[in-house]
Ligand binder design. Structure first.
Ligand code: P6P
Length: 330
């Protein structure tokens, strides 16, 4: 059994550009993930133990869980002094950490503390998504927006924690995508999926088909392709949509599949956030041999303009992405 900590240190020695600071930063993420794991797994108990039958306790706990996850990761990232500042889905503006050590730190972190949190009250998997950049502003100064508005291609590391039937941390530093399963009895993340390779072809597609009426023609044509019987190409594919990006992506990454969130009238720019959802997911996908685009451009090549900007997201197995893109080009 190899722990996440051992693996990170081992890989740090393998790659000259990795440094002790990145190792310490990832240790902060690991600690926060353990704390959020603990509280997510007792959220239901809070409702039961509350015993007052107030149904909105779960919702309140839910809201608390979003805020709790945000505060937990923010505190963990600030405590070790390896991070100069963060941006979070739960924070309108970037947060500059002001200690002297933080101002001298060379990394910034963007995160979605608890993606899909509305699923907590029905016991469906949710996740934390994080993205790490080297700052572009001078060391010793407060971070600026420019430190966060970097194309995804500049990410130093990215990952997610999926709080599901087991809790897993999946991350990349640009040298493969690796998965670690949490053993709560030992309090350690154990290497369980080294160098994940996304199957080049899959038979799962993930999309909210309730929006079918609004999809661009190319997406509609692709869905018809997925649903057309053809034993030679294992079609019809299976529709699998959990409504939790981390859960849908994780399953497709391991089994082969494609996740699609096109533009819709409520979300004319797409629903998912470029900086702390699309970019880290795209980095992980590409490192596992998959691909991610907004339907016209590689996600990692997009130059961000605002902190919370949204993007359409198509991500998954390369052959399925090829198939989709052939319909989108028609
Ligand atoms: P819809 C959760 O709110 C989320 O951001 C992703 O985790 C998920 O894939 C998507 O939105 C679900 O959106 O519109 O299908 O409910």
């Amino acid at each position: 059994m190899k722990t996440l900590g051992e693996f990170i240190v081992e890989k740090q020695h393998d790659f000259s550009q990795a440094t002790g600071e990145l190792t310490a930063l990832l240790a902060s993420v690991k600690l926060a993930a353990k704390i959020v794991h603990r509280d997510i797994n007792k959220a239901g108990l809070v409702d039961i133990l509350g015993g007052n039958g107030v149904h909105n306790v779960q919702c309140e706990a839910q809201t608390k869980l979003d805020a709790f996850a945000n505060e937990t990761f923010k505190a963990a990232l600030e405590a070790r002094g390896e991070v100069a500042g963060i941006a979070s889905e739960e924070e309108e503006h970037l947060i500059a950490f002001n200690s002297e050590r933080a101002r001298a730190a060379k990394y910034v972190v963007l995160l979605d503390p608890l993606d899909g949190s509305s699923n907590c009250d029905v016991n469906v998997s949710v996740g934390t998504i994080f993205s790490i950049y080297r700052r572009v502003s001078p060391l010793g100064t407060a971070v600026t927006l420019a430190d966060f508005l970097q194309p995804g291609q500049q990410q130093i590391a990215a990952g997610y924690v999926i709080y599901g039937s087991s809790t897993m941390l999946v991350y990349t530093t640009g040298h493969g995508t690796h998965g670690f399963t949490y053993d709560p009895t030992l309090g350690v993340f154990c290497l369980s999926h080294e160098n994940i390779r996304a199957p080049t072809q899959g038979t799962l597609y993930s999309i909210n088909e309730g929006n079918q009426h609004y999809f661009p023609l190319g997406v509609k044509r692709y869905l018809q392709y997925c649903q057309t019987p053809d034993p030679a190409t294992s079609r019809p594919y299976s529709a699998r949509y959990i409504g939790s990006l981390v859960a849908d992506f994780h399953r497709n990454l391991l089994k082969g599949g494609i996740y699609l969130y096109p533009r819709t009238p409520p979300y004319p720019q797409g629903k998912l956030r470029l900086l702390y959802e699309c970019n880290p997911i795209a980095f992980l996908a590409e490192q596992a041999g998959g691909r991610a685009s907004n339907g016209g451009q590689r996600i990692l090549d997009i130059q961000p303009t605002t902190l919370h900007q949204r993007s359409p997201l198509f991500v998954g197995s390369i052959t399925m992405m090829d198939q989709l893109e052939s319909f989108l080009k028609e």
